[in-house]
Write a protein that binds this ligand. Structure first.
Ligand code: ADP
Length: 265
């Protein structure tokens, strides 16, 4: 809301009225504001790795390239920063594709139990941390009509975050249940949690609770924003519940069928 005040004054100078007009900032203005903020964020996110690379390249050009102890480290930094920029640009391209109207899902009918288990298996095989995976996957098969590439990306992102923020010896719990004719999927960790006032904002583009820490871990701040777009494109919802120092649970919902024929039991 924006308020305009006009004071009604008589010729004598006495104020005998005050008119307050409240306008809604129009939808158009809001979109324009978000667009400007988005461009500013993108510029900032690209400038940071670029300025880092410039200083390391300058040092190399100034003679550090001759130093066998330093040169590989400096080259390594420029490589890491380049990879970060590639990740960022890929994420941006994906968001821009989803923003466009001709965006289509490439759906397949799959058993969600198996699909979810396979993704969890992949992380369980390759994890290097001391984190235990606990599964609460129903025995009954549930089928979903999903774009498997996109859903894989969503779940990958949620599990990577859970691992990133898990303490040594922590557990990550995976499961799903049925609620209101939808599958309700959850991934829950024993990590540092998210402050209450920030919980809903983690799905905003470029939002991170701790910018420096997320960058250090190679994050772009776009993962959950992309996840949200993808889940909503499937007719579902995504949200987080978290308590600082206790852990975070990410939930999302998906429409489902009970068996392969698409019939209810
Ligand atoms: P990124 O991980 O690249 O920073 P995301 O969009 O995936 O971006 O997540 C946004 C932010 O949400 C993260 O920077 C982090 O602050 C917070 N977050 C996401 N998942 C968790 C989690 N499991 N535990 C604690 N904080 C989390």
């Amino acid at each position: 809301l924006r308020a305009n005040f006009s004071v009604i004054q008589k010729e004598t100078g006495f104020v005998n009225g005050l008119i307050t007009v409240l306008h809604d900032i129009t939808e158009q203005e809001k979109i324009e504001m978000e667009r400007r903020e988005f461009v500013a964020n993108v510029s900032h996110e690209l400038r940071t790795p670029l300025t880092t690379m410039r200083s390391y390249l300058e040092a190399l050009a100034d003679g550090a390239w001759r130093d066998e102890a330093i040169a590989p480290t400096f080259l390594n930094v420029t490589q890491t920063e380049t990879e970060r920029m590639i990740r960022l640009v890929n994420d941006l391209l994906q968001l821009s594709k989803m923003d466009s109207r001709d965006y289509k899902l490439n759906t397949d009918f799959v058993e969600f139990n198996k699909f979810f288990n396979r993704i969890i298996d992949r992380f369980e095989m390759s994890k290097s941390q001391n984190v235990k995976f606990i599964r609460y996957i129903p025995e009954v098969s549930y089928f979903v009509d999903i774009d498997t590439d996109k859903l894989t990306q969503v779940i990958d992102n949620i599990i990577s975050n859970a691992l990133k923020y898990s303490p040594d010896g922590g557990n990550i719990r995976f499961g799903f249940t049925v609620q209101d004719n939808m599958l309700k999927v959850m991934v829950s960790d024993d990590g540092m949690g998210i402050p209450k006032e920030n919980v809903s904002r983690v799905f905003d583009r470029f939002y991170r609770v701790d910018r420096a820490r997320s960058r250090e871990m190679g994050g772009t701040g776009l993962g959950l924003a992309i996840a949200k777009e993808m889940i909503e494109a499937h007719g579902g919802k995504i949200w987080a519940e978290s308590e600082e120092g206790v852990g975070t649970t990410i939930f999302f919902t998906l429409p489902y069928e009970l068996d392969e024929a698409g019939d209810w039991e």
